[in-house]
Design a protein around this ligand. Sequence first.
Ligand code: SIN
Length: 532
Amino acid sequence: MREFDFVVIGSGIAGLTFAIKAARHGRVAIITKRKGVDSNTAWAQGGVACVTSGEDSFELHIRDTLEAGAGLCDPAAVETVVKEGPERIRELMELGLHFDERDVAGHRELDLGREGGHSKRRVLHVHDLTGFEIETTLLRAAQQSPNIELLENHMAVDLITAAKLGFATEDHCLGVYVLDEISGTVETIRTDRLLLATGGCGKVYLYTTNPAIATGDGVAMAWRAGAVIANMEFIQFHPTCLFHPQATSFLISEAVRGEGGILRNGKGEDFVARAHPRGSLAPRDVVARAIDAEMKRSGAQCVYLDITHQTPEFLQERFPHIYETCLRHGIDMAKEPIPVVPAAHYQCGGIKTNMDGATSLPGLSAIGEVACTGLHGANRLASNSLLEGLVIAHRACEALVHSQPPAHPAGSVSLPEWQSGDVQDVDELVVIYHNWDEIRRLMWDYVGIVRTDKRLQRASARLRNLRREIQEFYWNFRITVDLLELRNLATVAALIVDSALSRKESRGLHYTMNYPVMRDDVFRRDTLLSRG
Ligand code: SIN
């Protein structure tokens, strides 16, 4: 058994930022299931929304965030993230991150991008590789810290809590079981301060802009440990994922629309302009629904993003990654529109936390996409999430470092080792892959951009059976990453469906044909779920 002052699960912007700061106060373990760089953060293209220009203001950024959030943002959370953002950005730049700049009247200024729902240019970026640059900057800093141990190819299995061990104390988190994927053994790690920073759950859907690691592990573990989960019905679909058989999951950044890109149907019509005065730069929920409706109406397999009015030089400089990737797949974005479809992109709900990342379970914190602070409400404003990761990671570290020691520290109790019992290796992997595909397909077909009660009920019934089957595998076979991810995906899928079924209105990202009239004041509240 090992013990650390802080254990962070996940190695994206939130987890790494926290780890770097916490390492000034104690020993930190970062547990990450693939390589350190394998995170949602590394795939973020657009950038970080932050007020840095004299033409912008905190009030405008707050207003845009609240408007996108469709009445469900927590105004205090929005104000905190927006106002504390610039200081956290400054720290990131001190670590060596260089955001793009441009010449203005003989001096250099940050080059600010624009995205949907923003009334001003305020997105700091490094070309179209912002997330990758942030990730590698933070990872380098973490690897240089002697107090941080990075455990790659380690996957958290389950949280260890006082209640699970049958202790007669207030429930709290004591540590975590972790599968070492190389040796196949399960280690017990003890800590009084465990942070989930595992990112989102895009892989629960057939089509997603997320990397393979996004299997909802944090939400699923927190749920099993009894923490409160909020607003899981609000899954954001990004309007523009490249439509190409060899490039599933490749995002075409909203920044392309920010530079004047227009969504068109097969006839070349600007169909989103009919749905919203801001046209292709309307908030994401509106744009994704307009595309969904257009594809259903016309029977087309995709729509097109047209930025051919920009020069090849501009596109190569501003979007080198997108330009190159499209070209590799036979699409010259300077000469022809890019075929795109919506795809699952961001989990706006998650483990309910306060503004310091504290969950309802003492000893457990959650930060980044896995958490629900109230910033995003029913629809996240583009590029607000990297900022949230920075701000809440900082606040979580401050809060934990200055908190009272727990009444029953993990170090004072003996934690049982993982019992694998009399299990065998999974005999037929096809069963796991079949269930995995089935969940993703049913979520796409029944729990997507447009929902109905009937489809949700069908999904719920099917998921009940799948979860029973998966639980049997879990007990009877040796655990593997595939099996753990499948179990987590099934849990998160069920949480999304249950949350969606309980919201009898359309709001933000949750649109149901049974209640098409947007926003009923009775439902102007978070959807909260907890086990039992
Ligand atoms: C994008 O580049 O379009 C993604 C930005 C975001 O989702 O915040």
